[in-house]
Every structure is written in structure tokens, then in C-alpha cells.
Design a protein around this ligand. Structure first.
Ligand SMILES: N[C@@H](CCC(=O)N[C@@H](CS)C(=O)NCC(=O)O)C(=O)O
Length: 221
């Protein structure tokens, strides 16, 4: 393992603060007790070096020595190799953690992200498009996730990278009150976000962007 450097934006507007995906990596690094530092790239002027690390010009990415990794799921899988606090050691637990990590991203977030974009953009009126996306998230994802989470504390038996991703995905749904009908999902989010390592990751992210406001007040506008 080399030096671990997490790169995120230097600044973001208020609404996404606390939800920028570097929180997933911060959270995992804290759970694993790994030493790391945080670096910043401009939010507004994304340069060629940024795109060399993250082909879509997004955040976050992680470097581990001379290895550079983008996509929060890939970063968490990489960190899972470095710490038993993030990935069960037994083959069954490991397989469950990996399948639920993909389920969080590829089954739940693929439904929750367009849903939240409709809400962000105020397009939640009585339209066929909103009904389609709202129904898809509720009837095809949350309704089925609810009994799973009612039956277990953590997705792979013990806490793992799968829980970091699933809880972070559900947290955004909860922000818009989308979990009101799913008490087990809500309890799961509460359980995960009560962990001291989440609280530290969240506090650090808020402080990171607040420091940018203080350093460059004009960025606020
Ligand atoms: N699938 C990527 C998504 C990364 C992503 O959406 N990052 C957001 C911040 S949370 C971003 O960079 N948004 C600005 C943009 O897409 O231009 C991952 O999980 O790492």
C-alpha cells in the first residue's frame, strides 16, 4: 500500500454538501483506520489532469501510491482489500458484500438517482415521467429492500463496504422523505449514520467545503 490520497472538489454549492460522494471514501477510510490525506481539484474549471484521473470530470478519486482509482464502488472494493473492517474474510461473507455493493449502485442508485433529480428539478407533478420513476423506485426497489433490511443488521452479516454504499444511497432518498413507508430502511440508515466514522466523514466534508467559502468568499455566489 502506498500513500492514500482522496481527491474531491475544492468547493460545491450548499445543496449537495454532506452528500458529495467523497463521503463514501472518507467513511471507509475512517472505518478501516487507514491514514490518508484529502486533496482538492477545482469544481468550476476542471482541467486535463482531473479528466486523466476521472474520465467524466467527477469526484471522487483515490490514489494509492501510483494506482489511481475512480468510481466510488471501485474505490471501496480496493479499500476492502486493505482492511477486514470493510470486507468479511470468509468467502460467503465476501461474496455477499460484493453482490450488495453492486446492488446498492446498480439496482438501487440507478433508480434513486433519477428519482432525486426529478425532485431537485421540481418535476414531481402529475406527469407520466414522474409516475414512472417514482413507481420504479418504490415498487421495484424499496418495497423489496424493506424485508431484506428488516431481517438483518448489516447486508453481509458484519458491517462492510456494501453498507457504506447502500446507506449512502438510501440517505439521499431519506433526505426527500422517500423512506417514509419503509421503517426498516429508515432504521438501517439511522443505524449506519450513527457510526462514529460516518459522523467524522460527514463533519470533515462539511468543514472541507466551508473552508473553501472562508478562503474564497466569492465562490459562494
Ligand atoms: N459513479 C460515480 C459518480 C460520481 C459523481 O456523480 N460525483 C458527483 C459528486 S457526488 C460529481 O462529480 N458531480 C459533478 C458532475 O457530475 O459533473 C461514483 O460513484 O464515483
Amino acid at each position: 500500500m502506498g500513500e492514500l490520497i482522496l481527491t474531491t472538489y475544492d468547493w460545491v454549492p450548499e445543496p449537495p454538501r454532506g452528500y458529495v460522494r467523497d463521503i463514501r471514501v472518507r467513511w471507509a477510510l475512517e472505518e478501516a483506520g487507514l491514514l490518508y490525506r484529502v486533496a482538492s481539484v477545482p469544481f468550476r474549471d476542471r482541467n486535463a489532469e482531473h479528466f486523466a484521473h476521472q474520465p467524466f470530470g467527477q469526484a471522487p478519486w483515490l490514489t494509492d501510491g501510483d494506482i489511481s482509482i475512480f468510481e466510488s464502488g471501485a474505490i471501496l472494493l480496493h479499500l476492502g482489500e486493505l482492511s477486514p473492517a470493510l470486507m468479511p474474510a470468509d468467502p460467503r461473507g465476501r461474496s455477499e458484500a460484493i453482490e450488495w455493493l453492486f446492488a446498492a449502485l446498480n439496482s438501487v442508485e440507478m433508480a434513486s438517482l433519477p428519482w432525486s433529480l426529478f425532485i431537485f428539478s421540481g418535476n414531481t407533478g402529475d406527469t407520466p415521467a414522474w409516475k414512472l420513476f417514482d413507481g420504479f423506485l418504490h415498487q421495484h426497489r424499496l418495497k423489496h429492500l424493506e424485508p431484506v433490511l428488516a431481517g438483518r443488521q448489516w447486508l453481509a452479516g458484519t458491517f462492510s463496504v456494501a453498507d457504506i454504499l447502500m446507506a449512502d444511497v438510501l440517505r439521499l432518498v431519506d433526505r426527500f422523505d422517500g423512506l417514509a413507508a419503509y421503517p426498516a430502511c429508515r432504521d438501517y440508515v439511522a443505524r449506519a449514520t450513527a457510526r462514529p466514522c460516518f459522523v467524522k466523514a460527514y463533519t470533515d466534508q462539511i468543514a472541507h467545503f466551508a473552508a473553501a467559502d472562508a478562503a474564497t468568499p466569492t465562490l459562494k455566489s
